[in-house]
Design a protein around this ligand. Sequence first.
Ligand SMILES: Cc1ncc(COP(=O)(O)O)c(C=O)c1O
Length: 415
Amino acid sequence: MINMDLDREIPVLDWTPHLAARTRRMKGSAIRELLKLTQQPDVISLAGGLPAPEFFPLREVEEACRYVLQQDGQKALQYSPTEGYLPLREWLATSMHKYGVPAVPANVLLTNGSQQALDLIGKVFINRDDYIITGRPTYLGAIQAWNAYGARYHTVNLDDDGMVVDEVEHAYEKVLAESGRPPKFVYVLPNFHNPAGTTLSLERREKLAEVATRLDLPIVEDDPYGQLRYEGEDLPPICTFVPERTMYLGTFSKTLTPGLRLGWIVCPEVLMQRFVTAKQGADLHTGTFVQYVANDICQRGFLKPHVQRLRQVYRERRDTMLEALAEFWPEGCSWTQPQGGLFLWARVPEPINTTDFLDRALEEKVAYVPGVSFFPNQDGGFNAMRLNFSYSPPDVIVEGIRRLGIALKRELGEL
Ligand SMILES: Cc1ncc(COP(=O)(O)O)c(C=O)c1O
């Protein structure tokens, strides 16, 4: 036995001078920090983006684990190719095909959630001070991933039809004029935007494909919520119009479970080797076992009826939140009416700053994410907030919105 004093006091060093400049640029996610605060049992969190855990398919995952271990145990517990488990890539290519995306297994790469896909895109494309065109607001996790590579952001507005695509060309020209280099890509969330809840109209999808082609601009199409549509018709992904210039990101996080950490990139075959090399340096490959398990679940045809069920559950929760907002919130507030996904975006009267107001909300034991967190240049969203309707059951959603309504009315001097 090694004779060491395990209880001795270990001094705390200042590591800052040792860190890479890159590391100093990395900021923690406001959402992750906030989630810590909201984990107290009496706080109703409308903040995170969590799926409803009571609908996780525990039995199916358990059966799949057992089956995989019995049938394929040695392979499923072994190292495996970086590209991913071929039968799952085949299944994904076929299901992407049904969705209109012209994918074959050779252009499908399995990732550790689509968050890793965002990071790999940063690693492969972004030099320090390169610009990315994105909406305002936009997905916080993408900003976090790309900040590490020194990205800058030129933002374009969103309205009820999603990103205002007419502004993209102007954004491109401005970036080119100011930095001397074209933007690296345009980042777009086509369906049930996180955080805005909006969906990009068909006309804008076509327009974006046309503008990007004219400008020779790559497109990153991040689509975690496309399967979670509660009304209206599916719209074709932008990838269907310009597969040669689109990196399409999908994930099992919102349809199966996020804990599996399974996502994928569909990209032109000529890009695959770049991503494969980048991923090898990060983690060699996505966990073999989880890929086998997900494949077993998918091949059995479980996902389609499961997603149909989720659509029903989340549609009801969305409607509950919309009704509660109309009932409990004061005059002067407004919110988006998402046709799917997990979030809506609410605006409160101008004098209220939603970052400062969060303390007041937490006193009422309810949490949301302040709007400014989703603006990469911190230049907007001051009177907006993101509200999640997937995680809490309907009665809790009503209570959360009621509490926020009370806090808002107090703040406005109406109570
Ligand atoms: C727009 C968007 N992209 C990517 C992700 C990351 O998802 P995951 O890594 O779980 O697949 C999320 C998660 O909430 C998201 O909302």
